[in-house]
Design a binder for this molecule. Structure first.
Ligand code: FAD
Length: 380
């Protein structure tokens, strides 16, 4: 179980919420982790179970039908999900997409989507990346051409989290192809709109239970009222959400890193070689001691970052530094912990194998480590 005794980011309400999260995960997620991995998707029934327990989009204001809780509640869920070792896309909805709907949505858009996002009846995705453009988002080719009161969308997206499950997708498209970043808008596309098609549920090296997919748009016609936020202000809206998105990945990184460490401690204290436990070798103890120091620093830093974000003070540079440090640390952690397992670490039946392969992408999505360094360096 994830130890939280020395955490400073949370209060008693967060602790009570954590108990609910653990209970729901132990009932509706833990027994099915392997099934989710094999099927490449987390079923809607799991989303509904979380929704019923008030675990989806808890930050949505009461006037919009939510619980009006702070982002710390999202962090509790993200930590527990990562510690469990699941790559379900709940955090994408809680930490990323819901903010776009609540902050930028028209009253009609909020009414149409928010209640379902909270209850688990509506699953969302955000589609920025394309086959030809990821880090360099200004290079996207998907267009949304005006036709009277409508927009006609053409293009394709790839690596989209929740791509198979999604009922509605926030599509990043060029509404003014000649204006560069200033000609980009966020457009809502319901999955039943003619011309929208899901491609493959992509075959990844890890995070198998996340339905990361291709999406295709062929003359997808939507009313102009489907623009989320300001027309041609898509890039600005994306930038505004960056601190929280990057912090969210840092939170998951700590949960995954801690689980890997706990697994390594357990394994090395049980496994025997040369007449003693593997833990007793100086190399094992020193490796674990170094990793323990990283976890101690990591949790303290994470609490600092969460507290700053709750006050609205976390900058994009600080959040990017957090994403960079925590995801790189997670990778060091899972790799060292797998090594301490010996051959068992390479066997899928041990949790460390999944923790290791799932961690790799944390240094890539949400902005690569190289892009994080670019962003951090801009504030130096
Ligand atoms: C599992 C998974 C889930 C994802 N989910 C989503 C999602 O839900 N929605 C979505 O829109 N996208 C999603 N992505 C896409 C993800 O955000 C991108 O893959 C990521 O931003 C990198 O873009 P890219 O793949 O095009 O790599 P590229 O941009 O082609 O990068 C290739 C290499 O070049 C480096 N590089 C690029 N530019 C620079 C630079 N300026 N300086 C130095 N190095 C540079 C990169 O760091 C990298 O090492 C997901 C990806 C994965 C793998």
């Amino acid at each position: 179980m994830l130890q939280t005794a020395n955490r400073t980011a949370y209060n008693e309400d967060h602790a009570a919420f954590r108990e609910t999260v653990r209970k729901v995960f132990s009932e509706h997620m833990e027994p099915y982790l392997d099934q989710h991995e094999e099927e490449g998707i987390v079923p809607r029934s799991a989303w509904k179970a979380l929704g019923d327990a008030g675990m989806l989009c808890p930050t949505v204001a009461e006037e919009n039908g939510g619980l009006g809780l702070d982002f710390g509640f999202n962090c509790v869920l993200a930590e527990e999900l990562a510690y469990l070792g699941s790559s379900a896309g709940f955090t994408l909805q809680n930490d990323i997409t819901v903010n776009y709907f609540e902050r930028l949505g028209s009253p009609e858009q909020k009414e149409k989507y928010l209640p379902g996002m909270i209850s688990g009846d509506i699953i969302t995705a955000i589609a920025m990346t394309e086959p030809g453009a990821g880090s360099d988002l200004q290079g996207i080719k998907t267009t949304a051409k005006e036709d009277g009161n409508h927009l006609v969308i053409n293009g394709s997206k790839t690596y989209i989290t929740n791509g198979q499950n999604a009922d509605v997708v926030i599509v990043v498209a060029k509404t003014d192809p000649n204006a560069g970043a200033k000609g980009t808008s966020l457009i809502l596309v319901d999955a039943d709109t003619p011309g929208f098609a899901r491609g493959r549920n992509l075959d990844k090296i890890g995070q198998h239970s996340a339905d990361t997919s291709e999406l295709f748009f062929e003359d997808v016609r939507v009313p102009k009222t489907n623009i989320l936020g300001g027309e041609n202000r898509g890039f600005i809206h994306l930038m505004e959400e960056l601190p929280q998105e990057r912090l969210s990945i840092a939170v998951s990184a700590m949960g995954g890193a801690q689980r890997a460490f706990d697994e390594a401690v357990k394994f090395t204290k049980e496994r025997k070689a040369f007449g003693k436990t593997v833990f007793e070798f100086q190399n094992s103890k020193f490796t674990l001691a170094e990793l323990a120091a990283k976890l101690q620093v990591g949790w303290a830093h994470l609490d600092w970052a969460i507290a700053r974000h709750l006050k609205g003070e976390l900058t994009t540079g600080e959040a990017s530094a957090a994403k960079l440090w925590h995801s790189e640390m997670q990778w060091e952690m899972v790799d060292a912990c797998l090594q301490l397992h010996g051959g068992a670490g390479y066997m899928n039946e041990y949790p460390i194998a999944r923790l290791w392969r799932d961690a790799r992408v944390q240094r890539i999505y949400g902005g690569t480590s190289e892009i994080m360094k670019e962003v951090v360096s801009r504030e130096i």
